[in-house]
Design a binder for this molecule. Structure first.
Ligand SMILES: [Zn+2]
Ligand SMILES: [Zn+2]
Length: 243
C-alpha cells in the first residue's frame, strides 16, 4: 500500500475561495413546494435565481383565510402587511471569491433562503437596527412582510421547523455567492474560528471538500430567543438582487 497522505493532511480542507463551483448545489437545493415559483438558471459564470418571494411554510402573514395560516407565537403580532407575490431575481457568481474590500450589507435583501424568501440583515428601515418591538412582529419563522408585502427573514426560526435554529442546516446563499448555515458545523459543534464576517472555510454537508461559508450569529439577540442570520460586511463581492 502506498501512503498518499501528505504530512500536513488533516480533516481541515485546504480549499481557497474561488475554487468551488456552487452551481450543482444551488440547482439541487432551491425550491418551494407551496408556490413552485423558484427557478435556477445559469448564464456564463453566473447563477440566476428567480422567486416570487413567498415562503414554503406556514405563517400568520398568509392571512387567516389562507390554508397556510398559523397563529403567532405568544407575545408576537402586529405587522399590518400580508405576504404578497414579488418578482425577485438574484444573480450570484458560480465560483464565489473573497473581495479585496468588504462592502457592508445594507437594508433590503442581502441573500436568498432556499425557499426563495429574501434574507435581510439586522437593520430595519429607515436605518435602525432591529429592536425588541420590531422583533415582536416576526413570526415563528423569524420573518415578516414589509410595506410592499415583501416577506423576509431577519433571524433564525423559533423552534427549528423552518430555516434553522440550533443546527448545521444550509439556510441559503448571500449575494456574494457564499452559503450561510445555522449556528453549528456539521460535526455538531459551534465553530470557534469565525472571522469578522462570521464565516470560515471548512467542510459542510453540501460541500464536503470545503468552502468558505457564513454561520448564523451565535448570540441570543436582545435575549429574544432569536439569532441574527447575518450582520456586518460581505466576504465576497455582492451580485445583484432586483425586485
Ligand atoms: Zn424587516
Ligand atoms: Zn462552519
Amino acid at each position: 500500500m502506498v501512503n498518499c497522505k501528505k504530512s500536513s493532511d488533516s480533516s481541515t480542507p485546504t480549499t481557497t475561495t474561488g475554487d468551488v463551483d456552487i452551481t450543482s448545489v444551488v440547482q439541487a437545493k432551491f425550491g418551494n413546494t407551496i408556490t413552485n415559483a423558484v427557478t435556477v438558471s445559469t448564464s456564463g459564470s453566473s447563477i440566476i435565481i428567480k422567486s416570487d418571494g413567498r415562503p414554503n411554510h406556514k405563517s400568520p402573514y398568509w392571512g387567516a383565510s389562507n390554508a397556510n395560516y398559523e397563529a403567532f407565537q405568544s407575545g408576537h403580532g402586529a405587522n399590518p402587511s400580508l405576504i404578497g407575490v414579488q418578482n425577485y431575481t438574484m444573480t450570484i457568481p458560480a465560483k464565489p471569491a473573497a473581495a479585496s474590500t468588504h462592502e457592508a450589507t445594507s437594508l433590503f435583501a442581502i441573500g436568498m433562503a432556499l425557499n426563495g424568501v429574501p434574507i435581510f440583515n439586522d437593520q430595519e428601515g429607515p436605518s435602525t437596527t432591529l429592536d425588541v418591538g420590531k422583533i415582536s412582529s416576526l413570526d415563528k419563522a423569524g420573518a415578516h412582510p414589509a410595506q410592499s408585502s415583501d416577506y423576509h427573514y431577519h433571524v433564525t426560526d423559533y423552534d427549528g421547523t423552518y430555516t434553522t435554529n440550533d443546527d448545521a442546516k444550509l439556510v441559503g446563499f448571500l449575494r456574494d455567492g457564499f452559503p450561510i448555515y445555522g449556528r453549528k458545523d456539521k460535526d455538531g459543534t459551534y465553530p470557534s474560528n469565525l472571522d469578522a464576517y462570521n464565516g470560515h472555510t471548512g467542510a459542510t454537508t453540501e460541500f464536503p471538500n470545503g468552502i468558505y461559508h457564513y454561520h448564523t450569529r451565535n448570540e441570543n439577540y436582545l435575549n429574544t430567543g432569536y439569532y441574527i442570520l447575518k450582520s456586518g460586511s460581505y466576504y465576497g463581492t455582492k451580485g445583484t438582487f432586483t425586485q
